[in-house]
Design a protein around this ligand. Structure first.
Ligand SMILES: Cc1cc2nc3c(=O)[nH]c(=O)nc-3n(C[C@H](O)[C@H](O)[C@H](O)COP(=O)(O)OP(=O)(O)OC[C@H]3O[C@@H](n4cnc5c(N)ncnc54)[C@H](O)[C@@H]3O)c2cc1C
Ligand SMILES: NC(=O)c1ccc[n+]([C@@H]2O[C@H](COP(=O)([O-])OP(=O)(O)OC[C@H]3O[C@@H](n4cnc5c(N)ncnc54)[C@H](O)[C@@H]3O)[C@@H](O)[C@H]2O)c1
Length: 472
């Protein structure tokens, strides 16, 4: 058994863990980064990258099909094998050599194996060969172990060998018939991709689709999924699942039976903390790890958590934002330097509360930041909602024939600043950063009138929203 000391030990080398480690090294600390699977984590191999690689070819094809002149040139279907091959390269063929090289180049010590706490500031790593190493942290330990899919207790589901996010994003071939349970981001993105590949897709949603967002987002996405040939069952509970040979039968509470070749579960995530030795430090295995805004786990002065495992915002960019704050604050505290932990300071992840941007890469895309009308009112703001049809913007009509979409801006009437923006429409994802700047910067509406959008771009939606609101 080998024992080694580091200033910081980071558990989990996903995108978020890598970033904490990097910032701490840049702050002058020694860092051990422990990884049990692939360096790069879920996002690189089984989530963001492969899923977006599966979606983009269909989006590009439809974009061309919706512009007269270009449409005549693209009369064929997607080459599904070419899409899967391109996806494989975006997942680095599930080989982490490139990311290992980056970690080593950044001056971080990579330790391969499964990490478990064996006491305060002490982590025991069981390596691939079964050998153990005990790592001791001089200053801090950061948990960045991510999340796993939840498999709900639906009768027969677990026995039917369901696919979850890993299997659907890394599939080697496309099932002829696919049933997806869930109405969140994974469900609608994968329904969009696989319907585009020609799979007969049924999505079973117990409530509404994308229910955390503005209601029109889910409505427009459902409308287009149906246009792509998918069946979307709303307000429908799944009661029983049975697999017989190659066929899965799914029964719903309203008496329907759906048959498919594969079933995909996309019903949310749970923290990857069940086998982490949390009991040795007074925490409960399997729990999320709530933190303060410097990412310190509640009740500790040496234990930090970042990324999915905190349940703050299960998104790669938001986890990496937390990681930058955490890596820097751990280094500052270790070096006895000042800590900027007031809201919007260097060492806090303030934006997690009311300024989280997210894109759902369906077709139309959904791009949102900050509050919806509902959450703003629930938070006690005095709000006004401003809506505009995106298709009426000149830039949108040039981009695509029959462009259809909608934008909504939520204004704080007391301060005359924007609390949230939602865009739904083809290729709206790149409109989002301007909205993020407006929300985070709390730019007054009267100043935004001077931020002139170029004509004719889809960004002219900003002028239309302001005109609809009226001069403040
Ligand atoms: C299908 C899908 C698509 C998504 N698409 C997007 C998207 O487009 N954009 C976006 O922002 N977000 C997306 N997300 C969410 C995003 O993937 C996560 O928010 C992100 O991966 C979280 O990063 P993380 O570093 O916290 O966790 P992870 O990426 O899960 O990394 C955790 C790492 O810890 C390791 N680990 C776990 N336990 C131990 C242990 N005991 N010892 C050692 N190592 C351990 C794991 O092996 C893993 O490598 C998607 C999610 C899914 C499921
Ligand atoms: N483009 C992106 O940024 C992107 C893409 C995919 C995933 N993600 C992130 O990954 C996380 C996981 O995504 P997800 O889609 O699995 O979760 P989610 O929380 O977005 O959606 C879960 C869905 O499952 C439903 N559900 C939950 N329990 C159920 C049950 N027992 N029976 C039937 N339905 C049930 C919910 O009503 C909801 O519709 C999300 O937090 C999301 O932010 C992001």
């Amino acid at each position: 058994m080998e024992t080694t000391d580091y200033d910081l030990i980071v558990l989990g080398a996903g995108a978020v863990g890598e970033n904490v480690a990097d910032r701490a090294v840049q702050g002058g600390l020694t860092v051990a980064l422990v990884e049990s699977e692939l360096v790069g984590g879920e996002c690189s191999y089984w989530a963001c990258m492969p899923s977006k690689a599966l979606l983009r070819p269909g989006q590009a094809l439809r974009a061309a099909q919706n512009v007269a002149g270009a449409a005549q040139a693209v009369t064929g279907k997607l080459d599904v094998q070419a899409v899967l091959d391109r996806r494989n390269s975006f997942a680095s063929n599930w080989d982490d050599a490139g990311q290992v090289k980056w970690v080593e180049g950044a001056g971080i010590t990579l330790v391969r194996g499964h990490a478990r706490f064996s006491g305060p500031k002490q982590v025991t790593v069981t390596g691939p060969d079964g050998g153990t190493t005990v790592l001791t942290a001089r200053h801090a330990v950061t948990v960045a172990t991510g999340s796993d899919p939840v498999i709900p207790g639906i009768e027969g589901l677990a026995e039917a060998n369901p696919w979850a996010s890993r299997e659907i994003t890394s599939a080697k071939s496309v099932p002829g018939r696919l049933v997806i349970i869930g109405g969140g981001t994974v469900a609608v993105e994968m329904a969009t991709a696989y319907a585009g590949f020609g799979s007969e897709v049924t999505v079973i949603v117990r409530g509404k689709v994308l229910s955390q967002l503005e209601p029109f987002a889910g409505e427009l996405v459902v409308e287009s999924l149906r246009e792509f040939g998918a069946t979307v069952l709303l307000d429908t509970a799944t009661t029983t699942v049975t697999r017989s040979g190659g066929t899965v039968s799914v029964e719903t509470a309203d008496g329907q039976t759906i048959e498919a070749d594969e079933i995909v579960v996309a019903t949310g995530r749970k923290p990857r903390t069940d086998d982490l030795g949390l009991d040795t430090i007074g925490l409960t295995p399997g729990d999320w790890l709530p933190t303060d805004d410097t990412m310190l786990v509640e009740g500790f002065d040496w234990l930090y958590a970042v990324g999915d495992v905190t349940n703050r915002a299960l998104l790669t960019h938001q986890g990496k934002y937390q990681a930058r704050a955490a890596g820097d604050v751990i280094a500052a505290r270790a070096n006895g330097k000042p800590v900027a932990d007031k809201p919007w300071g260097t060492h806090v992840a303030t934006a997690d509360h009311e300024a989280v941007p997210q894109v759902t890469f369906t077709d139309p895309e959904v791009a949102s930041i900050g509050h919806t009308e509902k959450t703003a009112r629930e938070a006690g703001y005095n709000t006004r909602t401003v809506d505009y049809e995106l298709g009426n913007v000149a830039g949108a009509s040039v981009r695509q024939d029959g462009y259809k979409g909608k934008a909504r801006m939520i204004v704080d009437e007391d301060r005359k600043v924007i609390l949230g923006v939602t865009f739904v429409g083809p290729e709206v994802s790149d409109l989002l950063q301007a909205a993020t700047l407006a929300v985070v910067g709390e730019i007054p509406l009267d100043r935004l009138w001077h931020a002139v959008p170029a004509y004719p771009t889809v960004n002219e939606i900003w002028l239309r929203l302001l005109e609809t609101y009226g001069r403040p």
